[in-house]
Design a protein around this ligand. Structure first.
Ligand SMILES: C[S@@+](CC[C@H](N)C(=O)[O-])C[C@H]1O[C@@H](n2cnc3c(N)ncnc32)[C@H](O)[C@@H]1O
Length: 397
């Protein structure tokens, strides 16, 4: 049967033939890369000489490759404790934060083997990568990158997007173990605690570090807290030996705001509830007219590191001089030791950039009563130690 060239059928067939050829070429390339990647990982695990490994890399073995178990060349190098290979791979762009099927990175493997040298190399590569990505963003949303862990994760669910979170329904409840929870139900039916009673110890220690020996405590501190949740930290602030002279709470979620009202927080002396996202509230004249604060704390939800970074940038205008103290809920990345370390150190670098010094202390987070802590909710903090930051602006001459 003859077809005219304009026959869409014919065009379709020719196109299909081309795409078939392209598909075959793609499959062949994928097979080659898979074979090279697998051979490279085997060579590393079998401790073959560097020259063999270099030959494989020169032949095109991809450093980003991960086998069926999620093992990458960097991971394999950490596993056989080959510091030289780790250095080469990181310098050549190996993905520092790739996880295996159990959620472990090459850095976690080094940590589990007490290999401080390799762990530090991988962690520092992570810190450099995240600092660079934040710097590149220069005021706009940060670029997405496969090697970017923390700056922006593109999650649009109620856990990762403020707008979706603010439109969600929250439930204030007490779980089977008597723990108070502000609960968010996700679309997939799972639940996650926006705030959970087990964090009480962290909040108590935070208030202690922020306020107990604050030189202006006697006069009543001027306090700013962003994010009410269960009001745990606000409760501790109110129970200071001398209650705050001004206690500003910024809160955005309508359900939390209703709870604040029900609990009578509006009637408490010195308490000022400012409704809305902190990103908007801090620009309002009503807020700016309040002046600066002796103590600033932030603990929001569904926000990525980039939002925290933006909050850091406001601190020189929020804090009342070098005696003022700042802390934040340091929970990002806290389901993985390496990521938690990188988050903590990146935040310290960024705070240093605005002229703040950070001191850290540890709070033991109970690992024995894990079931009681989480119930059926999603775990968001699995590290045994909470790293509690306290930042103060350095004295300027
Ligand atoms: C983890 S809870 C805070 C818990 C609190 N530290 C406590 O001790 O109970 C986070 C709170 O931040 C609020 N929030 C989230 N994003 C916000 C934003 N952009 N501006 C203001 N509040 C926000 C949430 O509605 C929630 O009440």
């Amino acid at each position: 049967m003859a077809h005219t060239p304009s026959d869409p059928q014919e065009g379709q067939q020719v196109g299909d033939e081309f795409s078939d050829v392209e598909d075959i070429e793609d499959i062949e390339e994928i097979n080659t890369l898979t074979e090279l990647g697998t051979t490279l990982i085997q060579a590393i695990l079998e401790r073959e000489p560097l020259v063999n490994i270099q030959d494989l890399i020169d032949a095109g073995a991809p450093l980003w490759f991960q086998d069926n178990e999620g093992i990458s060349p960097l991971y394999a190098a950490a596993y056989v404790a080959n510091e030289k290979l780790v250095k080469i791979f990181l310098a050549d762009g190996a993905v520092w934060n790739a996880v295996d099927n159990f959620g472990n990175t090459a850095g976690d493997i080094a940590l589990s083997m007490n290999d401080e040298g390799i762990y530090n190399l991988i962690r520092d590569a992570g810190i450099r990568s995240e600092l660079l990505l934040t710097a590149l963003s220069s005021g706009s949303e940060p670029p997405q990158s496969s090697s970017s862990l923390i700056i922006s994760d593109g999650d649009i669910s109620a856990v990762g997007s403020t707008d979706a979170f603010l439109a969600s329904n929250l439930q204030y409840t007490v779980d089977a173990h008597g723990q108070e929870i502000c609960l968010l139900k996700l679309e997939d039916g799972s639940t996650v605690g926006v705030m959970m009673g087990w964090e009480r110890e962290i909040m108590s220690r935070t208030v202690d570090e922020l306020c107990s020996d604050h030189p202006r405590l006697e006069g009543g501190l001027r306090v700013l807290n962003v994010g009410f949740g269960l009001g745990i930290i606000d409760g501790f602030l109110q129970r200071l030996p001398k209650p705050p002279s001004l206690h500003v709470i910024i809160e955005a979620h309508p359900g939390v705001l209703a709870h604040i009202r029900e609990q009578g927080w509006h009637q408490r002396p010195g308490v000022k509830i400012m409704e809305g996202k902190w990103q908007d509230v801090v620009q309002r004249k009503e807020f700016l007219d309040l002046g600066r604060f002796d103590v600033v704390y932030t603990d929001t939800f569904a926000e990525n590191y980039y939002e925290l970074y933006k909050f850091f940038m406001l601190l020189p205008n929020l804090m009342a001089g070098p005696e003022a103290r700042f802390s934040f809920f340091n929970g990002l990345g806290a389901t993985n030791a390496l990521f938690y370390d990188v988050y903590s150190r990146v935040s310290e670098c960024h705070l240093s950039n605005i002229g703040a010094h950070v001191s850290w202390s540890n709070v033991q987070v109970d690992g024995d009563r894990d079931k009681e802590r989480w119930g059926e909710t999603r775990k968001y903090f699995t590290q045994p130690l909470y790293h509690l930051p306290i930042a103060q602006l350095k004295q300027t001459v």
